[in-house]
Design a protein. Structure first.
Length: 425
């Protein structure tokens, strides 16, 4: 007996706070600093997907593949009608084409920004095969109760020449509970699709691999040997070979025994009875990925923090060294200046406490008055001390200090710049 799935109040779940690359900045003093932005973006994406999937009542089946492999044709065969436009000469699917039950709340808190959802009745007899549009989530809704828990998605090509198309496919992959990966005789060893399939297998997703347009002599063992690695094995029962379709591919697919076997296996594995277990497995996998991303991010931030403290200590030591060298090199000149200033201060103090100062000033004024009358003596102008200090500053030789600052800057660049960014001087 199928377990009843408790209805979720989606409005009670707060929207997750999104992380951005501006939230975390590091000085770039360690080799791991370059991975900070990538890990932050991964953590942000995983967190929003996790928050979405926790309360999603449906299982997502994502159709992935390279250009011209027959991905959209296989999608049409699954849904039983030509909903997604097909082609072999160039990428056709520009945006996701989704086949889902009318009551599946796909749009609610959708984790990827910039995706505008549009719903169309899939049973509309005038509906033309769709190509999808960048920035749009085209939902073709149906009323099949037995498929009410499934969301089937035809995606842009993983090796599309358009970076935006590849980005959409990568994002939708993270929503997947199961992946139908379609390759072809001429494509399965290509680097980009191969790396994407390797990631799917490494993530331990429920994966169905289809070799489309297979030649008569093609064998599962050859495909498995090419694409699997020691830590990402492929079970033979998860691989299907379908030969080239001579005409009307999606209808021809529907009648081929290999496709029928694939369709039966997928619907069995993703039955409503397995819904809760598959949902829990997806949530656990996302939580593990989030934990790994955050652990890696925190480790690199800690390394940067320790490196920054060491850098700060080295900078302080270098500053003290330059100052000490400068003072030592010019100590004699500074000592002479200090003696001069000291003499001025001593004379000022003596004059303050000199008991004979007033009589001497009286005699001085008595002697100088006749000369002032005759214009032979000048009165000291107010502010002459400030003027003298200004002239002294203008005439001061700052060359040694400028040389010390230049040396300091050069040493900072030579010894404290990050290795890869250190300039050659």
């Amino acid at each position: 007996m199928e377990r009843e799935r408790k209805k979720i109040d989606f409005t009670a779940f707060p929207h997750p706070t999104r992380l951005h690359s501006d939230d975390v900045k590091v000085p770039g003093l360690t080799p791991g600093a370059e991975a900070v932005d990538r890990l932050l973006n991964e953590a942000a994406r995983t967190w929003t997907v996790f928050a979405y999937k926790v309360f999603s009542p449906c299982l997502w089946v994502i159709f992935l593949g390279g250009t011209g492999t027959g991905k959209s044709t296989l999608f049409n065969a699954f849904v039983g009608k030509p909903l997604s436009r097909t082609g072999v000469e160039r990428p056709i699917t520009a945006g996701p084409v989704v086949y889902a039950h009318q009551e599946c709340p796909i749009e609610h808190r959708f984790p990827f920004e910039g995706m505008e959802a549009t719903r169309i009745e899939a049973a509309d007899p005038d509906l033309e095969p769709a190509t999808g549009m960048p920035g749009h989530l085209l939902i073709l809704e149906h009323h099949q109760t037995e498929w009410s828990h499934l969301v089937l998605v035809d995606t842009p090509d993983v090796d599309s020449v358009e970076a935006a198309h590849r980005h959409v496919a990568e994002n939708l992959y993270h929503l997947s509970d199961a992946v139908v990966f379609i390759t072809s005789q001429e494509k399965y060893a290509d680097e980009v699709p191969y790396r994407f399939l390797s990631k799917v297998l490494h993530d331990h997703k429920l994966c169905y691999v289809v070799l489309n347009k297979a030649e008569t002599r093609a064998r599962k063992e050859d495909l498995i040997k090419t694409v699997q690695s020691e830590d990402t094995p492929i079970a033979a029962e998860k691989v299907w070979l379908i030969p080239y379709a001579p005409a009307q591919p999606w209808t021809w697919f529907s009648e081929h025994h290999a496709f029928k076997d694939l369709r039966l296996a997928l619907l069995r594995d993703l039955s409503k009875g397995n819904l809760d277990d598959l949902h829990q497995a997806a949530i656990s996998s996302l939580a593990h990925s989030l934990d790994q991303s955050m652990a890696g991010l925190l480790a690199r931030i800690q390394q940067e923090n320790e490196a920054a403290q060491q850098w700060s200590g080295k900078l302080e030591a270098l500053t003290r060294q330059i100052i000490d060298d400068f003072l030592q090199a010019h100590s004699q000149r500074f000592a002479q200046r200090a003696r001069e200033h000291l003499g001025v201060e001593v004379r000022r103090l003596f004059s303050r406490y000199d008991v004979l100062a007033r009589p001497r000033r009286f005699i001085k004024e008595l002697v100088l008055t006749p000369f002032r009358v005759l214009g032979l003596a000048r009165n000291r102008e107010p502010g002459s001390r400030e003027e003298a200090l200004r002239r002294a500053r203008q005439n001061m030789d700052l060359t040694p200090l400028q040389e010390a600052v230049t040396k300091f800057n050069r040493l900072v660049l030579e010894t404290l710049s990050p290795g890869e960014n250190r300039p050659s001087l």
